[in-house]
Design a protein around this ligand. Structure first.
Ligand code: NAP
Length: 249
């Protein structure tokens, strides 16, 4: 029986779950790739490599040299560059590619969502909505808000954000999954009156949306970048496993 090599582009809960499932299959060899952004990443099962490939051509070379049979882009929905690189590299070396993308969040009655296309647009929307901002868009990108000198920002991220950041910023270092009780408590303690989030989807970081709904807090939600054209997607780990099982051997 020939062993097939699967490369997972990771950095998400789904990527770790997929690696765990694939690592248990004797007919597969799984390698997970992490960008190396987080100081102490949660490591997936199987082999792990860390760091960029050097653009689409570097990734294509890696796929060729490591004899990868299938590529699964399980990166975060907002990691648009690596997803484009994956599409280009996979096409170049004719390796089948699947994007594992958790579905977008969907508003329910009671939500006060303000969809925008970028962090810059999110910053533009804030003055009309609130002054005490719960910013959950990650440690990169605080620069988009630096001109809002009258606003208070509670910036939550896994690792400390880098400057520049708005002058009235308090950093909350934490990593999901988060609970509804915890999110309510954060909003109350910091007297939050507006939440800014990316449409990351998934359960681990969704409780903030419910807390905002309950507390009547408006939510500025940054829309996702599109998947590269023609790339097939699965919404969850079972979908990715089914795709792999259907590949010609
Ligand atoms: P990005 O802007 O799409 O990618 C920038 C560069 O980082 C890529 O060109 C690539 O470098 C390298 N890279 C990204 N993901 C990689 C991976 N899994 N393995 C190897 N190299 C990778 O990505 P990002 O938004 O900075 O996110 C970086 C990682 O953090 C992603 O893997 C993502 O899953 C995870 N993450 C991102 C977010 C978010 O909000 N963006 C949230 C949670 C987790 P080369 O061109 O040199 O190959």
């Amino acid at each position: 029986m020939s062993v097939r090599h699967v490369l997972i582009l990771g950095g998400t809960t789904e990527a770790r779950r997929l690696a765990e499932q694939l690592d248990a299959a004797p007919s597969l060899r799984v390698t997970s790739s992490l960008a190396g952004r987080v100081a102490e990443p949660r490591l997936p099962a199987g082999q792990v490599r860390i760091g960029g490939f050097g653009g689409p051509s570097g990734l294509a070379a890696w796929l060729r040299e490591q004899r990868v049979d299938a590529l699964i882009d399980a990166t975060h929905p907002f990691a648009g560059t690596i997803s484009r690189n994956a599409a280009e590299a996979a096409a170049e070396v004719h390796v089948p590619l699947l994007a594992l993308r958790r579905p977008s969040w969907v508003p329910v009655p009671g939500d006060r969502w303000h969809p925008v296309d970028s962090l810059a647009e999110a910053a533009d929307a804030l003055p009309g909505l609130g002054r005490r901002v719960f910013l959950t868009t990650g440690r990169q990108g605080l620069a988009a808000f630096t001109h809002l000198t009258d606003h208070f920002f509670l910036a939550r991220s896994v690792d400390a954000p880098e400057a520049p950041m708005p002058p009235r910023t308090e950093v909350l270092l934490d990593r999901g999954p988060f609970t509804l009780d915890g999110e309510r408590a954060v909003c109350r303690e910091y007297r939050i009156d507006v939440l800014v989030t990316k449409d990351s989807g998934g359960a681990a970081t969704a409780p903030k949306l419910k807390a905002a709904r309950e507390l009547g807090i408006p939510v500025v939600i940054v829309r996702r970048p599109e998947l590269p054209r023609g790339v097939q997607a699965a919404p969850d780990v079972p979908g990715a496993l089914a795709w792999l099982a259907d590949l010609p051997s």
